[in-house]
Structures are given as structure tokens and as C-alpha cells.
Design a protein around this ligand. Structure first.
Ligand SMILES: *Cc1c(COP(=O)(O)O)cnc(C)c1O
Length: 383
């Protein structure tokens, strides 16, 4: 490899490579929408919902405007509000806790497991007790399938069942992953996902979807999606949102869904190459038994002897971008620091926020480029 190639900047997520692969099929899908002009509730929206239901195994799919709306709409449909506690991990993207706080309910933050980054069931139990002590009614838990790996849904369901909570799965990063042979979408009362462009299945703007087997809930969600409409268009029966997915985004997603399986396989190959190349010098992500990942992120933990800023700078100097998900857990952020945390504290979330860093990860990362990243990471760690 010549010096020029060695220092070419590498994209963190290569949306362009996928765009080139899909080429005309996307252009044609968009042109179809431009010619039928049904920009809202066009035929592609219903078609996509049916295809997502078939893909996930869920009975109902309600597409919507974003992953955040997907979470919020479920909480609204279930009547979550002031006095309710909704348990969620602190080590996640802000939208998980934000959707709870927007309803007037109280997010209660719980810790995560050090190996999988996903919700720690013992901390969840402590969080439920904490909520009760504060006079709140524990109403729901939102596990997150962080970085693409399924959470331990059986263990979460068992706690939820015995404590009388419903489960809303935040699969914004994990859609396409499975748990004990079942795709996410069927492992909770409702599952929310996001089609933000950088997610494993992304559109060309904002979008999201909700998966559920509960027919009554699906119906309520369809009402919430359009301002709480009832059967009489001018008698709105509840509060809702402008929560629809654009027809154009649905048309794009239909084309992307065709190659999604193939992309998931490619992402898994990239993850395996990283593990082979880096596993002996640092903590690489581990899949729990029965769990698969769609590798929304490939997040490593740096050894204590390696400063994260210097590490990122060393890679950047070689054209290799990194990102930190998440430098602050939710309970450490300004908007969320006054909400309760589970008894015993959130030591793992705090530790992870200190030492995680994510490497370029996408379905189009070729071997030569990945070898360059692995060599740079090894160099930066041993420097
Ligand atoms: C991206 C993300 C969301 C929100 O999705 P948007 O489509 O950006 O609103 C929610 N939860 C998690 C864990 C996410 O990563």
C-alpha cells in the first residue's frame, strides 16, 4: 500500500457505499412517489409495514416519524404520565430517557452489565424498589439493545411480570438482531426502532417504527400517530402527534430492506475480523449466549494505561475516525441529573463512559481498510 492510500480518510459509517450499491433502485422508488404524489400515507407506507412485520415476526407494525416518536407514542398510548416510574438504563442515547420525561413520568436510571453494555437485571430490581420508596408507581421498563446487541429479554420479562410492569424494547440500534432465535420486535409488549440514516436500517431522513402483537395497542398507536384521531375525523379522542413516516422514506426503506439480511451478515464478518485482530490486546464486545448483534457500533474498551484522547488523536492522524458513545451516561447529563437512580448507584455506566470508544463499522468496510484500522489501533495502544 502506498503512503497516499495509507492516509486516505476512512468514513465512520459509509452511507455512500450503500447508496452506490442500490443505485437506480432507489432513484426509481423515489420517482414512483414523485409521480403518484401521495406523499402522506401513500401505498409504500402500508407495504413497508407489512414487510417489516414479515421480517420481524411481529403481528403489527406502526411506522412513524422517528425512533424517539416510536418510544413516546407507546408511552402515550399506554397512558404513562406523572406519578409513573419508567426504568431505563443510564448508559444509552438520550432519547430513551427523554421519551419518558416528555410524558411527565419519571425516568429511573438503572445500571448496565459490564460485558454486554445492556441493562443489569439486579440493578433493575433495585431501581423498582427505589421508585416505590419515592412514592412512584413502577409502570414500565425500557431495555435498550445497545450497539445492536439484544438485551437479556427473558430475564427482563421475568422481572417485569413479577413486578407488574410492561416492557417497551428500545431497538433503535438493534433492529435485525435476535434473541434465542427470535428477531427483536416480538420480545416485549412493544418494540421501537429508528430509521435515522446511521442506524443499521436507515432511511434518507428521519423515520421509525413500532412492533407489537397487541391488536388494541396497535390501534391506539395509529390514533396517537395522527393527533389522537377517533373514528370521526373531527373528534379527536386523545392527545397525539404528527407522527407519520413520509411515503418517500417508506419507498427508500423498501429497497434497503431487500439487502438488509446481507448487510447484517457483512457487519458480523467485520465484527469477527475486529475481534480476531484486537481481542488479545483490549476488551472487545462480547455477545451473550443466545444473543446476536447487528453491530450498530463496534465499541471497544481501552486498557487503563491508554488515554482515550491520545488514542483518538493517534487514529485521527492516520485518517481513522472514532466516536464516543457515550461520554456521559444519562444520569450525568444536565437535563437528567435530577432524576432518580437505582439504589447502589450506576458504577458500571460511569466506568464505561470513561473508557469506551467506537471504531468505524458498516457493511462495506473492506478487509484492507479494516486491516489498516486494526494496525493503527494496535500501534496506538502499544505506543
Ligand atoms: C437513535 C436512538 C433513538 C432515537 O431515534 P431517532 O430516530 O433519532 O429519534 C432512541 N434510542 C436509541 C438507543 C437510539 O440509539
Amino acid at each position: 500500500m502506498n503512503q497516499h492510500l495509507r492516509s486516505q480518510p476512512i468514513p465512520f459509517i459509509d452511507i455512500g457505499a450503500q447508496r452506490r450499491r442500490l443505485g437506480k433502485s432507489i432513484d426509481e422508488a423515489v420517482l414512483r412517489v414523485l409521480s403518484h404524489c401521495q406523499f402522506i400515507n401513500g401505498p409504500e407506507v402500508t407495504q413497508l409495514e407489512a414487510q417489516l412485520a414479515a421480517f420481524s415476526g411481529a403481528k403489527h407494525v406502526v411506522s412513524c416519524a422517528s425512533g424517539t416518536d416510536a418510544l413516546l407514542m407507546v408511552l402515550m398510548a399506554k397512558g404513562i404520565g406523572p406519578g409513573d416510574a419508567v426504568l431505563c438504563p443510564s448508559f444509552t442515547f438520550c432519547a430513551t430517557g427523554e421519551s419518558v420525561a416528555l410524558t411527565g413520568a419519571t425516568p429511573v436510571f438503572v445500571d448496565v452489565d459490564e460485558a454486554t453494555f445492556n441493562i443489569d437485571v439486579e440493578s433493575l430490581k433495585r431501581g423498582i424498589a427505589t421508585a416505590r420508596k419515592l412514592g412512584l408507581k413502577p409502570a414500565a421498563v425500557i431495555p435498550v439493545d445497545l450497539f445492536g446487541q439484544s438485551a437479556d429479554h427473558d430475564a427482563i420479562a421475568a422481572v417485569a411480570m413479577s413486578e407488574g410492569l410492561f416492557v417497551l424494547d428500545d431497538a433503535a440500534q438493534g433492529f435485525g438482531a435476535s434473541y434465542k432465535g427470535r428477531r427483536l420486535g416480538t420480545l416485549a409488549l412493544a418494540t421501537a426502532t429508528s430509521f435515522f440514516p446511521a442506524k443499521p436500517l436507515g432511511c434518507f431522513g428521519d423515520g421509525g417504527a413500532i412492533f407489537t402483537d397487541d391488536t388494541a395497542l396497535a390501534e391506539t398507536l395509529r390514533s396517537v400517530r395522527v393527533h389522537g384521531q377517533g373514528s370521526d375525523k373531527y373528534d379527536n379522542v386523545r392527545l397525539g402527534l404528527t407522527g407519520r413516516l413520509d411515503t418517500m422514506q417508506a419507498a427508500i426503506l423498501i429497497e434497503k430492506l431487500k439487502i438488509f439480511e446481507d448487510e447484517i451478515a457483512a457487519r458480523n464478518e467485520v465484527a469477527e475480523r475486529y475481534a480476531r485482530g484486537l481481542g488479545n490486546i483490549m476488551i472487545v464486545p462480547q455477545l451473550a449466549k443466545g444473543c446476536t448483534s447487528v453491530w450498530a457500533q463496534y465499541t471497544i474498551r481501552l486498557p487503563k494505561t491508554v488515554g482515550r484522547d491520545q488514542f483518538a488523536a493517534a487514529l485521527k492522524a492516520q485518517g481513522i475516525p472514532t466516536a464516543i458513545y457515550y461520554p456521559k451516561s444519562l444520569h450525568q447529563q444536565t437535563a437528567y441529573r435530577n432524576f432518580p437512580v437505582a439504589e447502589g448507584g450506576l458504577a458500571v455506566s460511569e466506568r464505561l463512559s470513561q473508557d469506551v470508544i467506537s471504531l468505524p463499522m458498516h457493511a462495506y468496510l473492506d478487509e484492507a481498510t479494516q486491516d489498516r484500522i486494526i494496525a493503527a489501533v494496535r500501534g496506538a495502544v502499544s505506543a
